[in-house]
Design a protein around this ligand. Structure first.
Ligand code: GDP
Ligand code: IMO
Ligand code: MG
Length: 432
């Protein structure tokens, strides 16, 4: 038995979906613990490729049950769309997919507020996914949010919701200078009830489920979304998402007790990408950046926006390893580096005064001014695509991996050499 947290180690899109899909074969329960449909987790097997935004990537493994945990914010309409997508793919969800009764809802006003705020920020946009994530978490923290357990078809709940909708319309109009359209409280209520009727059979007390599963020594996988540097506390604030994406958040967002965590696997790309605004010290604006973008097909799985690309940043990763207590790394997209003659690893930064730093400073304007200090390594300039054993890797690729593992003081447990399930080297399986 083992309980494993899978975390994004950078700014998201590291390949968590692919890894969770593989690992879930040996898990009996996969729980998403934070975020909402801002996530886009790509899963590919056989001829099938699909993107999950809310439902854990373990849903592909028929013997695995999946939970949308209490720490998530869930747009009921997005969930219904995803359920339909899985139905079309003949993936069964009845009896094996559960939604925590304590998860908060993303309501239509959250999406409007997210968009209106971004519009007002103009040149200083966060670059959110405009899925209503931040406003939904705000309502949770200010105790005005609606959980699945709170939805009722009665006059009292209707009056409560009417009041919220009225307040949000006023906030949109007078504070955010939104010019319309505004929400009709009756319509919001009716649509919510309609969606809830379809989702209600999946809603459970997830805390009870977690306790039964731990008592039975089941293998539990906690699936993270986004990445460490998008964490509301530890990320590059304010260019972050509104939840705790790091390992600490996995326990609060799922109800698994911290003492029950056995391993933390950090998923990390062989280079770095970021979608949306915010500092990115190793970002490339040259041909190499373009090469990574094209070969790595770096376009957002949720919004389709191009992802910014840059070299691997060992300073950030060292911080990520320590912050999450990572016991192993799953390094993805090694094959994307195949054609490059020289690779660079950022090992320190020079700040605006010329000081050498090995950690990102917390002030945003200082983060923007860092100059990365690189160590160069020779590339391998041959294909690693689809390689499944470590021995087959070219010596330069092995050196690149060893250097990363040595600098970060953490073993590499898995290496991904292509988007498909089988294009993976498993050095140590967290559930075995
Ligand atoms: P997630 O959000 O962390 O689940 O990652 P995304 O699905 O948003 O982005 C990862 C992308 O890289 C997806 O398109 C995957 O199919 C793809 N991918 C994952 N691992 C590999 C790999 O090892 N090599 C290549 N070339 N693509 C990969
Ligand atoms: P996965 O799980 C990459 C980014 C957005 C924006 C910031 C805040 O696929 O790795 P939000 O809508 O959350 O308020 O936006 O966070 N972001 C992601 N970037 N991958 C993700 O998820 C992301 N989810 C949010 O681009 O910069
Ligand atoms: Mg993604």
């Amino acid at each position: 038995m083992a309980n494993v947290i899978v975390i994004g180690s950078q700014w998201g899109d590291e390949g968590k979906g692919k890894l969770v899909d593989i690992l879930a074969e040996k898990a009996s329960l996969v729980v998403r613990f934070q975020g909402g449909n801002n996530a886009g987790h790509t899963v590919m097997f056989g001829d099938q490729k699909f993107i999950l935004h809310l439902i854990p990537s373990g849903i592909t493994q028929p013997n695995c049950r999946c939970v949308l945990g209490n720490g998530m914010v869930i747009d009921p309409e997005a969930l219904l769309e995803e359920l339909q997508m899985l139905k079309d793919l003949n993936i069964k969800t009845e009896g094996r997919l559960f939604v925590s009764d304590s998860a908060h809802l993303i309501m239509p006003y959250h999406k409007l507020i997210d968009q209106a705020r971004e519009d007002r920020l103009r040149d200083n946009k966060i670059g959110t996914t405009v899925r209503g994530i931040g406003p939904a978490y705000e309502d949770k923290v200010s105790r005005q949010g609606i959980r699945f357990i709170d939805i009722e078809n009665n006059a009292e709940f209707k009056a409560h919701l009417d009041q919220i909708v009225e307040d949000k319309n006023r906030y949109l109009k007078y504070i955010l200078e939104h010019t319309g359209p505004f929400l009709d409280p009756n319509e919001v209520f009716e649509k919510l009830l309609q969606a809830h009727r379809a989702i209600a059979p999946f809603v459970i007390d997830s805390q009870a489920l977690m306790q039964t599963a731990t008592a039975a020594n089941e293998n539990i996988l906690l699936e993270g979304a986004q990445g460490t540097f998008l964490d509301i506390d530890h990320g590059t604030f304010p260019f972050v998402t509104s939840s705790n994406t790091t390992a600490g958040g996995a326990c609060t967002g799922s109800g698994l007790a911290p003492g029950k965590v056995d391993q933390v696997l950090g998923v990390v790309k062989a280079y770095t990408t970021r979608v949306g605004a915010g500092p990115f010290p190793t970002e490339l604006f040259d041909q190499t950046g373009e090469h990574l973008s094209q070969v790595g097909r770096e376009f957002g799985a949720t919004t389709g926006r191009p992802r910014r690309c840059g070299w691997f940043d060992t300073c950030m990763l060292k911080n990520s390893v320590e912050l999450n207590g990572m016991t192993g790394l799953a390094l993805t997209k090694l094959d994307v580096l195949d054609q490059l003659p020289t690779l660079k690893l950022c090992v320190a930064y020079a700040d605006s005064k010329g000081n050498r730093l090995t950690r990102l400073p917390h002030q945003g304007n200082e983060q923007e001014k860092l100059t990365p200090i690189y160590e160069e390594m020779p590339g391998w300039q041959q294909s690693t695509q689809g390689i499944t054993t470590y021995e087959e890797l070219p010596p330069e690729a092995k050196n690149y991996l060893s250097k990363i593992s040595e600098l970060l003081s953490v073993p590499i447990a898995m290496i991904s050499t292509g988007p498909k399930r089988e294009e993976t080297i498993i050095l140590s399986h967290p559930f075995v």
